[in-house]
Every structure is written in C-alpha cells, then in structure tokens.
Design a protein around this ligand. Structure first.
Ligand code: GRF
Length: 225
C-alpha cells in the first residue's frame, strides 16, 4: 500500500530556482511529498510563473498591504495553515519572519541559507566569506527557530572558494549544491529519517546531529536507511 504523501508548502520571494528544482524532484518522485502550494510575499517574484506553469496553486501575500510584520505574518500563517502542510519550506524568502509565524510551525519549518551556518547568518554571505579569506563556503538547510538563520541544521554542503572567485561565481557554485541538499533534506524529512526534537535538535535516525547537520557527500548522499 502506498503511504500518503506529505503535504509541502513552499514560500519564495524571487527567482525561485530552489523551488523549481523541488517541483522537478517532486514530479520525479525523488521524495514522498507533494507541493500543494507556492506563496510569495512579492507579486513580481519570477518563481510564481514557474509554479503556475507546473499547475501548482501560486498566490501572493503582499507584505506592503499590512501595518506591521506581525499582521503580515498572521495573514501568511493563516493561508499556509489552510493547506494543512506537513512541511513548510522557505526557499529564498527575503524577509524576517516573526515568532507569530515561526512558533506555530516549529519543527515543520525549514530554510535554506547560502553559508556554512553558524557562520554568516543574514545577507551578503558570499561577499563576507571571500572578504574573510575563507577557503570554503557552502549552504545549509536548517529548521527555523526565532533567531535569524539560527535553528538546528539538517544538512550542509561545502564548496571550495577559488582565488579568482567573485561573489557571483561563488554564489553559482553554491546554488548548484543548494538544489541538491534541499531535495535531500526534503527526502529525509518526508521519509521521517530526520525529525525535529525539543529543545532544538535535529534527529537523524533517532540520533542528535552535530551543529553542522549531515555533511552532504555526493558519492554517498545523505543517510543510509
Ligand atoms: C538562495 O541562494 C537561497 O539560499 C537564499 O536565497 C536564494 C534564493 O534563490 N536564501 P532562488 O530564489 O531559490 O533561486
């Protein structure tokens, strides 16, 4: 008997390449989940067209229409909750979300961030890694808590920083890995191999993960069952 697919809601603000790659992976059954809706806080987000072309419900909750961050977050939460999601995926949301949104979704809310967290939370991660003279950079998928880019890590991919790198070339190298680890994180969550545990741990096959999460390795991707 086929188990019921997890219901996934993806939130975006812009280009939507991570969302597009998750849509493709869902179509190819790379994980046991169905993307039931895509929501953007910006009507101009190019990702909305990608979702609509794929036949996914795509809507906008425009943050400019709300008096406060909390009012926006409450409206967003109520739309998200109407889809009864098992997992809510922040795929390039360029907006700080308050506890009004984050708290009720604890353990179900994940984000992708283009740095080796806990290094470089916030913006301009590629510039900062190059300016610091780091030899490597990367991306992290993590559970979201009330701290900016601060929740427990699920999986992390590392790439080298080359002497000739600009923020753009480094971002492109990292983005390629982002698409891979996002799919892998969603696969692990949909199959319950990875879970969130209070007071703020990621469990993989029942064991607490280290601060970096799973280190993604292309030759043996993710966890063995
Ligand atoms: C990605 O680099 C992601 O890590 C960051 O925002 C960017 C979104 O890119 N949070 P896209 O919209 O998925 O193409």
């Amino acid at each position: 008997m086929e188990t019921e697919k997890k219901r996934l809601v993806v939130l975006i603000s812009g280009r939507g390449s991570n969302m597009g790659s998750l849509l493709e992976a869902a179509k190819n059954r790379e994980f046991d989940g169905e993307i039931v809706a895509v929501i953007s806080n910006k009507a101009s987000a190019a990702g909305l067209d990608i979702a609509r072309k794929a036949g996914i419900a795509a809507s906008v909750v425009d943050h400019n229409a709300y008096q406060s961050r909390e009012d926006f977050d409450a409206a967003l939460l109520s739309l998200v909750a109407s889809y009864q999601p098992d997992l809510v995926i922040l795929a390039g949301v360029m907006r700080i979300l308050t506890p009004v949104f984050v708290r009720p979704l604890r353990g179900k809310l994940i984000n992708i961030h283009p740095s080796l967290l806990p290094k470089y939370p916030g913006l301009h991660t590629h510039e900062r890694a190059i300016a610091a003279g780091d030899s490597e950079a990367g991306a992290t998928v993590h559970f979201v808590n009330e701290e900016l880019d601060g929740g427990p890590a699920i999986i992390q991919a590392r790439v080298p920083i080359l002497p000739e790198d600009t923020p753009e070339t480094l971002a492109a190298r990292i983005l390629e890995q982002e698409h891979k680890i996002f799919i892998e994180a969603v696969r692990l969550l949909c199959s319950d191999q990875v879970n969130y545990a209070e007071p703020g741990y990621t469990l993989a096959n029942g064991k607490a993960l280290p601060e970096s999460g799973i280190i993604y390795n292309q030759s043996c991707s993710g966890l063995s069952p």
